[in-house]
Design a protein. Structure first.
Lengths: 289, 280
Protein backbone atom coordinates (compact mmCIF):
# COMPACT_ATOMS: atom_id res chain seq x y z
CA UNK A 1 0.00 0.00 0.00
CA UNK A 2 2.67 2.46 1.11
CA UNK A 3 4.92 1.63 -1.83
CA UNK A 4 2.07 2.08 -4.27
CA UNK A 5 1.42 5.60 -2.96
CA UNK A 6 5.07 6.59 -3.40
CA UNK A 7 4.96 5.61 -7.07
CA UNK A 8 2.01 7.92 -7.62
CA UNK A 9 3.96 10.92 -6.39
CA UNK A 10 6.90 10.21 -8.67
CA UNK A 11 4.44 10.17 -11.53
CA UNK A 12 3.04 13.54 -10.47
CA UNK A 13 6.39 15.31 -10.47
CA UNK A 14 7.50 13.67 -13.71
CA UNK A 15 5.81 15.99 -16.27
CA UNK A 16 7.38 19.22 -14.96
CA UNK A 17 10.81 17.64 -14.65
CA UNK A 18 10.55 15.98 -18.04
CA UNK A 19 9.70 19.28 -19.77
CA UNK A 20 12.40 21.16 -17.89
CA UNK A 21 15.03 18.51 -18.64
CA UNK A 22 14.23 18.34 -22.34
CA UNK A 23 14.06 22.11 -22.88
CA UNK A 24 16.66 23.43 -20.45
CA UNK A 25 18.96 20.78 -18.98
CA UNK A 26 19.74 18.62 -22.02
CA UNK A 27 20.10 21.55 -24.49
CA UNK A 28 22.17 23.25 -21.78
CA UNK A 29 24.56 20.28 -21.68
CA UNK A 30 24.59 20.26 -25.49
CA UNK A 31 25.64 23.92 -25.37
CA UNK A 32 28.64 22.97 -23.26
CA UNK A 33 29.57 20.31 -25.82
CA UNK A 34 28.94 22.69 -28.74
CA UNK A 35 31.18 25.35 -27.23
CA UNK A 36 34.10 22.96 -27.81
CA UNK A 37 33.34 22.54 -31.53
CA UNK A 38 33.37 24.58 -34.72
CA UNK A 39 29.74 23.74 -35.57
CA UNK A 40 27.96 26.29 -37.80
CA UNK A 41 24.43 25.03 -37.19
CA UNK A 42 23.96 23.41 -40.61
CA UNK A 43 26.88 21.26 -41.65
CA UNK A 44 26.90 17.70 -40.32
CA UNK A 45 30.70 17.93 -40.09
CA UNK A 46 31.57 18.86 -36.54
CA UNK A 47 35.16 19.08 -35.32
CA UNK A 48 36.24 19.28 -31.71
CA UNK A 49 38.55 22.24 -31.37
CA UNK A 50 39.03 22.30 -27.60
CA UNK A 51 38.89 25.69 -25.96
CA UNK A 52 39.64 27.62 -29.16
CA UNK A 53 36.19 29.31 -29.10
CA UNK A 54 36.93 30.67 -25.65
CA UNK A 55 40.39 31.87 -26.69
CA UNK A 56 38.82 33.56 -29.70
CA UNK A 57 36.27 35.26 -27.45
CA UNK A 58 38.92 36.55 -25.09
CA UNK A 59 40.83 38.14 -27.95
CA UNK A 60 37.65 39.70 -29.31
CA UNK A 61 37.16 43.43 -28.76
CA UNK A 62 33.35 43.27 -29.03
CA UNK A 63 33.25 40.61 -26.31
CA UNK A 64 34.88 43.01 -23.84
CA UNK A 65 32.63 45.89 -24.93
CA UNK A 66 29.70 43.57 -24.18
CA UNK A 67 31.04 42.63 -20.74
CA UNK A 68 31.69 46.29 -19.94
CA UNK A 69 28.15 47.17 -21.01
CA UNK A 70 26.74 44.37 -18.84
CA UNK A 71 28.68 45.70 -15.85
CA UNK A 72 27.47 49.25 -16.60
CA UNK A 73 23.96 47.86 -16.83
CA UNK A 74 24.28 46.16 -13.45
CA UNK A 75 25.66 49.30 -11.78
CA UNK A 76 22.86 51.45 -13.22
CA UNK A 77 20.22 48.98 -12.10
CA UNK A 78 21.70 48.55 -8.62
CA UNK A 79 21.51 52.30 -8.01
CA UNK A 80 18.72 54.12 -9.87
CA UNK A 81 15.73 51.73 -9.65
CA UNK A 82 16.76 50.50 -6.20
CA UNK A 83 16.85 54.05 -4.80
CA UNK A 84 13.66 55.24 -6.53
CA UNK A 85 11.93 51.98 -5.68
CA UNK A 86 12.84 52.19 -2.01
CA UNK A 87 11.96 55.90 -1.75
CA UNK A 88 8.56 55.43 -3.37
CA UNK A 89 7.87 52.34 -1.27
CA UNK A 90 8.52 54.37 1.89
CA UNK A 91 6.31 57.18 0.56
CA UNK A 92 3.48 54.80 -0.26
CA UNK A 93 3.75 52.98 3.07
CA UNK A 94 2.23 55.91 4.93
CA UNK A 95 -0.42 56.76 2.33
CA UNK A 96 -3.06 54.12 2.77
CA UNK A 97 -5.80 55.85 0.77
CA UNK A 98 -3.90 56.89 -2.34
CA UNK A 99 -1.48 53.97 -2.33
CA UNK A 100 -3.29 51.66 -4.71
CA UNK A 101 -3.92 54.36 -7.33
CA UNK A 102 -0.26 55.36 -7.45
CA UNK A 103 0.73 51.71 -7.50
CA UNK A 104 -1.43 51.00 -10.56
CA UNK A 105 -0.06 54.02 -12.45
CA UNK A 106 3.52 53.02 -11.71
CA UNK A 107 3.11 49.39 -12.61
CA UNK A 108 1.54 49.83 -16.05
CA UNK A 109 4.89 50.13 -17.90
CA UNK A 110 5.93 46.93 -16.13
CA UNK A 111 3.03 44.88 -17.51
CA UNK A 112 3.55 46.03 -21.09
CA UNK A 113 5.69 44.02 -23.46
CA UNK A 114 9.31 45.00 -24.17
CA UNK A 115 8.29 45.10 -27.83
CA UNK A 116 5.55 47.67 -27.19
CA UNK A 117 7.67 49.69 -24.76
CA UNK A 118 10.69 49.80 -27.04
CA UNK A 119 8.62 50.83 -30.05
CA UNK A 120 6.82 53.51 -28.01
CA UNK A 121 10.11 55.02 -26.85
CA UNK A 122 11.79 54.71 -30.22
CA UNK A 123 8.99 56.52 -32.05
CA UNK A 124 7.52 58.87 -29.48
CA UNK A 125 10.59 59.90 -27.49
CA UNK A 126 13.86 59.19 -29.28
CA UNK A 127 12.86 59.70 -32.90
CA UNK A 128 14.31 62.95 -34.34
CA UNK A 129 11.35 63.04 -36.76
CA UNK A 130 8.24 62.28 -34.71
CA UNK A 131 9.31 62.11 -31.09
CA UNK A 132 10.03 64.36 -28.17
CA UNK A 133 13.62 64.68 -29.41
CA UNK A 134 12.35 65.94 -32.76
CA UNK A 135 10.04 68.39 -31.01
CA UNK A 136 12.92 69.82 -28.98
CA UNK A 137 14.99 70.11 -32.16
CA UNK A 138 12.21 72.11 -33.77
CA UNK A 139 12.38 74.43 -30.78
CA UNK A 140 16.03 74.99 -31.62
CA UNK A 141 17.63 72.75 -29.00
CA UNK A 142 20.43 70.87 -30.66
CA UNK A 143 20.03 67.26 -29.54
CA UNK A 144 20.08 64.08 -31.52
CA UNK A 145 18.62 60.66 -30.80
CA UNK A 146 20.60 59.12 -27.93
CA UNK A 147 20.24 55.78 -29.71
CA UNK A 148 22.37 56.99 -32.60
CA UNK A 149 25.45 57.93 -30.62
CA UNK A 150 28.11 55.41 -29.60
CA UNK A 151 28.53 57.01 -26.17
CA UNK A 152 24.89 57.17 -25.12
CA UNK A 153 23.21 54.20 -26.85
CA UNK A 154 23.67 51.79 -23.95
CA UNK A 155 22.40 54.38 -21.45
CA UNK A 156 19.33 55.05 -23.59
CA UNK A 157 18.53 51.30 -23.69
CA UNK A 158 19.10 50.94 -19.96
CA UNK A 159 16.97 54.04 -19.36
CA UNK A 160 13.96 52.54 -21.11
CA UNK A 161 14.44 49.26 -19.25
CA UNK A 162 14.66 51.13 -15.93
CA UNK A 163 11.49 53.07 -16.80
CA UNK A 164 9.78 49.70 -17.28
CA UNK A 165 11.35 47.92 -14.31
CA UNK A 166 11.58 50.21 -11.26
CA UNK A 167 7.96 49.84 -10.14
CA UNK A 168 8.52 46.11 -9.68
CA UNK A 169 11.03 46.91 -6.93
CA UNK A 170 8.58 49.36 -5.35
CA UNK A 171 5.92 46.65 -5.14
CA UNK A 172 8.33 44.13 -3.65
CA UNK A 173 9.84 46.57 -1.13
CA UNK A 174 6.41 47.85 -0.15
CA UNK A 175 5.13 44.34 0.50
CA UNK A 176 8.21 43.60 2.62
CA UNK A 177 7.98 46.90 4.52
CA UNK A 178 4.38 46.16 5.45
CA UNK A 179 5.52 43.05 7.31
CA UNK A 180 7.63 45.09 9.73
CA UNK A 181 6.51 44.19 13.29
CA UNK A 182 4.29 46.99 14.62
CA UNK A 183 5.51 46.72 18.24
CA UNK A 184 9.03 47.70 17.17
CA UNK A 185 7.68 50.67 15.25
CA UNK A 186 5.56 51.81 18.18
CA UNK A 187 8.41 51.70 20.66
CA UNK A 188 10.76 53.47 18.23
CA UNK A 189 8.19 56.21 17.72
CA UNK A 190 7.83 56.58 21.51
CA UNK A 191 11.61 56.94 21.73
CA UNK A 192 11.28 59.88 19.34
CA UNK A 193 12.85 58.45 16.19
CA UNK A 194 12.47 60.63 13.09
CA UNK A 195 11.61 59.35 9.62
CA UNK A 196 15.17 58.60 8.58
CA UNK A 197 16.01 56.89 11.86
CA UNK A 198 12.87 54.76 11.58
CA UNK A 199 13.99 53.68 8.12
CA UNK A 200 17.62 53.14 9.08
CA UNK A 201 17.10 51.20 12.32
CA UNK A 202 13.67 49.59 12.05
CA UNK A 203 12.42 49.24 8.47
CA UNK A 204 15.68 48.54 6.65
CA UNK A 205 16.89 45.73 8.97
CA UNK A 206 13.48 44.11 8.77
CA UNK A 207 13.47 43.98 4.94
CA UNK A 208 17.19 43.19 4.65
CA UNK A 209 16.60 39.65 3.31
CA UNK A 210 14.34 40.94 0.54
CA UNK A 211 16.76 43.74 -0.36
CA UNK A 212 19.60 41.22 -0.62
CA UNK A 213 17.52 38.85 -2.73
CA UNK A 214 16.60 41.69 -5.11
CA UNK A 215 20.25 42.76 -5.23
CA UNK A 216 21.28 39.31 -6.46
CA UNK A 217 18.33 39.07 -8.84
CA UNK A 218 19.30 42.43 -10.39
CA UNK A 219 22.91 41.31 -10.86
CA UNK A 220 21.79 38.06 -12.49
CA UNK A 221 19.19 39.89 -14.59
CA UNK A 222 21.76 42.44 -15.76
CA UNK A 223 23.89 39.74 -17.29
CA UNK A 224 20.82 38.31 -19.00
CA UNK A 225 19.69 41.65 -20.46
CA UNK A 226 18.68 41.27 -24.09
CA UNK A 227 15.24 42.57 -25.06
CA UNK A 228 15.66 46.34 -24.89
CA UNK A 229 19.12 46.38 -26.46
CA UNK A 230 18.09 44.09 -29.30
CA UNK A 231 14.89 46.03 -29.96
CA UNK A 232 16.24 49.58 -29.65
CA UNK A 233 19.74 49.41 -31.16
CA UNK A 234 20.41 45.80 -32.11
CA UNK A 235 23.75 46.23 -30.34
CA UNK A 236 24.81 49.14 -32.52
CA UNK A 237 25.96 51.68 -33.54
CA UNK A 238 29.20 49.83 -34.33
CA UNK A 239 28.69 47.29 -31.51
CA UNK A 240 28.87 50.10 -28.92
CA UNK A 241 25.74 48.96 -27.05
CA UNK A 242 26.33 45.23 -27.47
CA UNK A 243 25.66 43.12 -24.36
CA UNK A 244 26.55 39.44 -23.93
CA UNK A 245 22.98 38.39 -24.73
CA UNK A 246 22.77 40.19 -28.06
CA UNK A 247 26.36 39.30 -28.92
CA UNK A 248 25.81 35.56 -28.42
CA UNK A 249 22.54 35.76 -30.34
CA UNK A 250 24.05 37.46 -33.36
CA UNK A 251 27.03 35.08 -33.33
CA UNK A 252 24.65 32.15 -33.64
CA UNK A 253 22.05 33.51 -36.04
CA UNK A 254 23.90 36.14 -38.09
CA UNK A 255 27.49 34.88 -38.31
CA UNK A 256 26.51 31.20 -37.93
CA UNK A 257 29.31 30.64 -35.43
CA UNK A 258 27.23 28.44 -33.15
CA UNK A 259 30.24 27.08 -31.27
CA UNK A 260 31.46 30.53 -30.38
CA UNK A 261 27.91 31.64 -29.53
CA UNK A 262 27.62 28.67 -27.16
CA UNK A 263 30.86 29.74 -25.50
CA UNK A 264 29.49 33.28 -25.05
CA UNK A 265 26.28 31.81 -23.60
CA UNK A 266 28.36 29.86 -21.10
CA UNK A 267 30.19 33.03 -20.04
CA UNK A 268 26.79 34.65 -19.41
CA UNK A 269 25.72 31.72 -17.25
CA UNK A 270 29.00 31.89 -15.39
CA UNK A 271 28.33 35.45 -14.19
CA UNK A 272 24.88 34.40 -12.98
CA UNK A 273 26.38 31.43 -11.18
CA UNK A 274 28.84 33.68 -9.32
CA UNK A 275 25.95 35.88 -8.18
CA UNK A 276 23.95 32.85 -6.99
CA UNK A 277 26.88 31.41 -5.04
CA UNK A 278 27.52 34.82 -3.50
CA UNK A 279 23.87 34.98 -2.45
CA UNK A 280 23.85 31.45 -1.04
CA UNK A 281 26.91 32.28 1.10
CA UNK A 282 25.39 35.56 2.18
CA UNK A 283 22.13 33.98 3.33
CA UNK A 284 23.97 31.20 5.12
CA UNK A 285 26.05 33.75 7.01
CA UNK A 286 22.89 35.57 7.98
CA UNK A 287 21.22 32.48 9.43
CA UNK A 288 24.43 31.70 11.37
CA UNK A 289 24.38 35.12 13.02
CA UNK B 1 -0.30 68.66 17.98
CA UNK B 2 1.06 72.22 17.72
CA UNK B 3 0.16 74.37 14.77
CA UNK B 4 3.76 74.49 13.61
CA UNK B 5 4.29 70.75 13.43
CA UNK B 6 0.96 70.41 11.68
CA UNK B 7 2.10 72.91 9.07
CA UNK B 8 5.37 71.05 8.66
CA UNK B 9 3.47 67.80 8.18
CA UNK B 10 1.32 69.31 5.45
CA UNK B 11 4.49 70.64 3.83
CA UNK B 12 6.16 67.21 3.66
CA UNK B 13 2.91 65.74 2.42
CA UNK B 14 2.85 68.18 -0.49
CA UNK B 15 6.47 67.39 -1.34
CA UNK B 16 5.82 63.64 -1.25
CA UNK B 17 2.75 63.90 -3.46
CA UNK B 18 4.71 66.19 -5.78
CA UNK B 19 7.47 63.60 -6.19
CA UNK B 20 4.92 60.84 -6.72
CA UNK B 21 3.04 62.89 -9.31
CA UNK B 22 6.26 63.59 -11.23
CA UNK B 23 6.90 59.84 -11.33
CA UNK B 24 3.33 59.22 -12.52
CA UNK B 25 3.93 61.70 -15.35
CA UNK B 26 7.21 60.00 -16.29
CA UNK B 27 5.48 56.61 -16.33
CA UNK B 28 2.48 57.81 -18.29
CA UNK B 29 3.94 60.36 -20.72
CA UNK B 30 5.16 57.94 -23.42
CA UNK B 31 1.89 56.00 -23.25
CA UNK B 32 -0.16 59.21 -23.34
CA UNK B 33 1.78 60.36 -26.41
CA UNK B 34 0.92 57.11 -28.16
CA UNK B 35 -2.78 57.55 -27.43
CA UNK B 36 -2.83 61.22 -28.47
CA UNK B 37 -0.95 60.60 -31.70
CA UNK B 38 -3.03 57.57 -32.62
CA UNK B 39 -5.84 60.01 -33.49
CA UNK B 40 -3.69 62.31 -35.65
CA UNK B 41 -2.54 62.37 -39.25
CA UNK B 42 1.05 61.57 -40.15
CA UNK B 43 1.90 65.16 -41.11
CA UNK B 44 0.41 66.49 -37.88
CA UNK B 45 2.63 64.17 -35.86
CA UNK B 46 5.72 65.29 -37.73
CA UNK B 47 4.67 68.90 -37.14
CA UNK B 48 4.20 68.62 -33.40
CA UNK B 49 3.98 65.31 -31.52
CA UNK B 50 2.71 67.04 -28.37
CA UNK B 51 -0.31 68.79 -29.88
CA UNK B 52 -3.79 67.47 -29.22
CA UNK B 53 -5.71 66.17 -32.24
CA UNK B 54 -8.22 68.62 -33.70
CA UNK B 55 -10.13 65.91 -35.55
CA UNK B 56 -10.26 62.34 -34.27
CA UNK B 57 -8.89 60.27 -37.13
CA UNK B 58 -10.51 56.98 -36.20
CA UNK B 59 -9.62 55.55 -39.60
CA UNK B 60 -6.09 55.11 -38.21
CA UNK B 61 -7.49 52.28 -36.11
CA UNK B 62 -9.28 50.59 -38.98
CA UNK B 63 -6.18 50.85 -41.12
CA UNK B 64 -3.92 49.66 -38.31
CA UNK B 65 -6.12 46.65 -37.66
CA UNK B 66 -6.22 45.57 -41.33
CA UNK B 67 -2.64 46.51 -42.26
CA UNK B 68 -1.26 44.71 -39.25
CA UNK B 69 -3.46 41.64 -39.86
CA UNK B 70 -4.10 41.78 -36.14
CA UNK B 71 -7.02 39.35 -36.29
CA UNK B 72 -4.56 36.57 -37.10
CA UNK B 73 -1.94 37.96 -34.73
CA UNK B 74 -4.30 37.97 -31.78
CA UNK B 75 -5.46 34.43 -32.50
CA UNK B 76 -1.83 33.28 -32.63
CA UNK B 77 -1.06 35.11 -29.40
CA UNK B 78 -4.03 33.47 -27.71
CA UNK B 79 -2.91 30.06 -28.97
CA UNK B 80 0.60 30.64 -27.65
CA UNK B 81 -0.54 31.92 -24.25
CA UNK B 82 -3.21 29.21 -24.01
CA UNK B 83 -0.82 26.35 -24.66
CA UNK B 84 1.76 27.81 -22.28
CA UNK B 85 -0.75 28.27 -19.46
CA UNK B 86 -2.27 24.84 -19.99
CA UNK B 87 1.11 23.12 -19.71
CA UNK B 88 2.39 25.27 -16.86
CA UNK B 89 -0.73 24.98 -14.71
CA UNK B 90 -1.10 21.22 -15.09
CA UNK B 91 2.54 20.44 -14.40
CA UNK B 92 3.21 23.01 -11.69
CA UNK B 93 0.05 22.12 -9.80
CA UNK B 94 1.08 18.46 -9.62
CA UNK B 95 4.72 19.24 -8.80
CA UNK B 96 3.73 21.84 -6.21
CA UNK B 97 1.55 19.26 -4.46
CA UNK B 98 4.42 16.80 -4.27
CA UNK B 99 7.04 19.34 -3.16
CA UNK B 100 4.80 20.98 -0.54
CA UNK B 101 4.24 17.68 1.24
CA UNK B 102 7.82 16.44 0.69
CA UNK B 103 6.14 13.30 -0.61
CA UNK B 104 9.17 11.78 -2.37
CA UNK B 105 12.87 11.41 -1.76
CA UNK B 106 14.98 14.11 -3.34
CA UNK B 107 12.57 17.03 -2.93
CA UNK B 108 15.49 19.20 -1.86
CA UNK B 109 17.46 18.28 -4.97
CA UNK B 110 14.51 18.97 -7.25
CA UNK B 111 13.93 22.36 -5.61
CA UNK B 112 17.61 23.18 -6.03
CA UNK B 113 17.47 22.19 -9.69
CA UNK B 114 14.43 24.40 -10.31
CA UNK B 115 16.06 27.26 -8.43
CA UNK B 116 19.15 27.05 -10.62
CA UNK B 117 17.18 26.72 -13.85
CA UNK B 118 15.37 29.93 -12.90
CA UNK B 119 18.57 31.99 -13.06
CA UNK B 120 19.97 30.46 -16.21
CA UNK B 121 20.16 32.65 -19.34
CA UNK B 122 17.99 31.64 -22.28
CA UNK B 123 21.14 31.73 -24.41
CA UNK B 124 22.46 28.75 -22.44
CA UNK B 125 19.99 26.38 -24.07
CA UNK B 126 18.63 28.38 -27.02
CA UNK B 127 21.05 27.43 -29.78
CA UNK B 128 20.97 23.61 -29.62
CA UNK B 129 17.22 23.75 -29.01
CA UNK B 130 16.72 25.90 -32.09
CA UNK B 131 18.59 23.51 -34.35
CA UNK B 132 16.80 20.49 -32.87
CA UNK B 133 13.46 22.23 -33.51
CA UNK B 134 14.58 23.08 -37.04
CA UNK B 135 15.40 19.44 -37.71
CA UNK B 136 12.03 18.34 -36.32
CA UNK B 137 10.32 20.99 -38.53
CA UNK B 138 8.86 22.64 -35.41
CA UNK B 139 9.95 26.20 -36.23
CA UNK B 140 6.76 28.22 -36.52
CA UNK B 141 4.76 25.66 -34.54
CA UNK B 142 2.87 27.61 -31.89
CA UNK B 143 2.14 24.89 -29.28
CA UNK B 144 5.74 23.65 -29.57
CA UNK B 145 6.94 27.19 -28.81
CA UNK B 146 4.47 27.30 -25.92
CA UNK B 147 6.22 24.22 -24.55
CA UNK B 148 9.53 26.13 -24.41
CA UNK B 149 7.90 29.08 -22.68
CA UNK B 150 6.27 26.66 -20.25
CA UNK B 151 9.67 25.18 -19.39
CA UNK B 152 11.09 28.66 -18.81
CA UNK B 153 8.24 29.70 -16.49
CA UNK B 154 7.96 26.27 -14.81
CA UNK B 155 10.30 26.86 -11.83
CA UNK B 156 8.57 30.05 -10.67
CA UNK B 157 5.14 28.44 -11.10
CA UNK B 158 6.16 25.33 -9.20
CA UNK B 159 7.44 27.41 -6.28
CA UNK B 160 4.28 29.54 -6.25
CA UNK B 161 2.02 26.48 -6.34
CA UNK B 162 4.10 24.90 -3.59
CA UNK B 163 3.41 27.87 -1.27
CA UNK B 164 -0.31 27.63 -2.03
CA UNK B 165 -0.33 23.90 -1.24
CA UNK B 166 1.56 24.55 2.00
CA UNK B 167 -1.44 26.58 3.15
CA UNK B 168 -3.75 23.54 2.89
CA UNK B 169 -4.18 21.95 6.32
CA UNK B 170 -2.81 18.42 6.46
CA UNK B 171 -5.77 17.14 8.43
CA UNK B 172 -8.04 17.84 5.49
CA UNK B 173 -6.12 15.45 3.27
CA UNK B 174 -5.87 12.85 6.00
CA UNK B 175 -9.61 12.99 6.59
CA UNK B 176 -10.27 12.48 2.90
CA UNK B 177 -7.86 9.54 2.81
CA UNK B 178 -9.58 7.99 5.81
CA UNK B 179 -12.77 8.13 3.76
CA UNK B 180 -10.99 6.11 1.08
CA UNK B 181 -10.02 8.82 -1.42
CA UNK B 182 -7.01 8.12 -3.64
CA UNK B 183 -4.38 10.67 -4.70
CA UNK B 184 -6.28 11.77 -7.79
CA UNK B 185 -9.37 12.35 -5.68
CA UNK B 186 -7.39 14.25 -3.06
CA UNK B 187 -5.90 16.57 -5.66
CA UNK B 188 -9.02 17.29 -7.72
CA UNK B 189 -11.73 17.27 -5.08
CA UNK B 190 -9.99 18.30 -1.86
CA UNK B 191 -6.98 20.37 -2.87
CA UNK B 192 -7.98 22.02 -6.15
CA UNK B 193 -10.86 24.06 -4.72
CA UNK B 194 -8.58 25.44 -2.01
CA UNK B 195 -5.63 26.23 -4.25
CA UNK B 196 -7.71 27.60 -7.13
CA UNK B 197 -6.83 31.23 -6.25
CA UNK B 198 -3.23 30.06 -6.61
CA UNK B 199 -4.01 28.65 -10.04
CA UNK B 200 -5.53 31.99 -11.08
CA UNK B 201 -2.50 33.88 -9.73
CA UNK B 202 -0.04 31.69 -11.62
CA UNK B 203 -2.25 31.78 -14.70
CA UNK B 204 -2.43 35.59 -14.73
CA UNK B 205 1.30 35.99 -14.09
CA UNK B 206 2.42 33.45 -16.68
CA UNK B 207 -0.27 34.56 -19.12
CA UNK B 208 0.97 38.15 -19.14
CA UNK B 209 4.61 37.08 -19.32
CA UNK B 210 4.10 34.73 -22.23
CA UNK B 211 1.92 37.27 -24.04
CA UNK B 212 4.77 39.78 -23.72
CA UNK B 213 7.66 37.42 -24.37
CA UNK B 214 10.09 38.48 -27.09
CA UNK B 215 13.33 36.45 -27.30
CA UNK B 216 11.88 32.95 -27.62
CA UNK B 217 8.78 33.79 -29.63
CA UNK B 218 10.70 35.87 -32.16
CA UNK B 219 13.26 33.10 -32.58
CA UNK B 220 10.92 30.15 -32.87
CA UNK B 221 7.82 31.66 -34.49
CA UNK B 222 9.15 32.38 -37.95
CA UNK B 223 6.97 32.82 -40.99
CA UNK B 224 4.51 35.71 -40.99
CA UNK B 225 1.45 33.51 -40.63
CA UNK B 226 2.73 32.31 -37.25
CA UNK B 227 3.47 35.77 -35.83
CA UNK B 228 1.89 36.81 -32.57
CA UNK B 229 0.22 40.23 -32.43
CA UNK B 230 3.36 41.78 -30.96
CA UNK B 231 5.64 40.29 -33.61
CA UNK B 232 3.34 41.62 -36.34
CA UNK B 233 3.59 45.05 -34.76
CA UNK B 234 7.36 44.76 -34.79
CA UNK B 235 7.42 44.15 -38.56
CA UNK B 236 5.08 47.13 -39.10
CA UNK B 237 7.53 49.34 -37.25
CA UNK B 238 10.41 48.10 -39.35
CA UNK B 239 8.83 49.03 -42.68
CA UNK B 240 10.01 52.46 -43.77
CA UNK B 241 7.56 55.15 -44.73
CA UNK B 242 5.05 53.73 -42.30
CA UNK B 243 2.24 56.08 -41.37
CA UNK B 244 2.93 57.16 -37.80
CA UNK B 245 -0.76 57.67 -37.00
CA UNK B 246 -1.57 54.12 -38.11
CA UNK B 247 1.42 52.75 -36.24
CA UNK B 248 0.40 54.46 -33.01
CA UNK B 249 -3.20 53.29 -33.43
CA UNK B 250 -1.81 49.75 -33.77
CA UNK B 251 0.17 50.30 -30.58
CA UNK B 252 -3.03 51.26 -28.76
CA UNK B 253 -4.76 48.17 -30.16
CA UNK B 254 -1.90 46.13 -28.68
CA UNK B 255 -1.46 47.72 -25.27
CA UNK B 256 -5.12 48.55 -24.61
CA UNK B 257 -6.29 44.98 -23.95
CA UNK B 258 -3.22 44.27 -21.80
CA UNK B 259 -3.88 47.32 -19.60
CA UNK B 260 -7.58 46.45 -19.26
CA UNK B 261 -6.72 42.86 -18.39
CA UNK B 262 -4.19 44.04 -15.84
CA UNK B 263 -6.65 46.46 -14.23
CA UNK B 264 -9.19 43.63 -13.82
CA UNK B 265 -6.65 41.14 -12.51
CA UNK B 266 -4.21 43.41 -10.68
CA UNK B 267 -4.80 41.86 -7.27
CA UNK B 268 -3.77 38.42 -8.53
CA UNK B 269 -0.89 39.87 -10.50
CA UNK B 270 0.57 41.81 -7.57
CA UNK B 271 0.06 38.80 -5.27
CA UNK B 272 2.00 36.61 -7.67
CA UNK B 273 4.84 39.10 -8.07
CA UNK B 274 5.19 39.54 -4.34
CA UNK B 275 4.91 35.94 -3.20
CA UNK B 276 7.69 35.03 -5.60
CA UNK B 277 10.10 37.46 -3.96
CA UNK B 278 9.17 38.41 -0.40
CA UNK B 279 9.98 35.96 2.33
CA UNK B 280 6.95 36.13 4.60
Amino acid sequence: MKKNRMNWNYLLIAPSLLISFSVILIPGILTIVTSLTDWNGISPKINFIGIRNFLELFSDKVFFIAIRNNVTWALLFLTIPVCIGMLVAMFLLGRKKTRSIYQIAFIIPYVLSPIANAMIWENMIFSPLFGLVGYLRNLGIDISSPLASMQSAIYACAGVDIWHYWSYLTIIYLAALRQTPTEQLESARLDGCNGWQLFRYIYFPSIRATVNLMFVMIVIGSFLSFDYVKLLTGGGPAHSSEVLGTYAYSLAFDSMKVGKAAAAGLVMSFFGLIASIFYARLSRKETME
Amino acid sequence: MTAQSKKKKIGTNIIIHGVLMILVIICMLPIALVVINSFKEHTQIVGNPLSLPDVLHLENYIQGWTNGKFARGFINSIKLVGSTILIVLTCSCLAGYVLAGKRIKGCGGISLYFMMSMTVPIQLFLFPLYFVYANLKLIGNIPATGLILAAVYMPLSVFLMRTFFLAVPRELEEAARMDGANTAHVIWHVMAPIVSPGLITVGVLIGLQSWNEYLISSTFLQGEKNFTALLTFLTMNGSYGANMGTLMASAVILIGPVIVFFLCMQKYFVDGMVSGAVKG
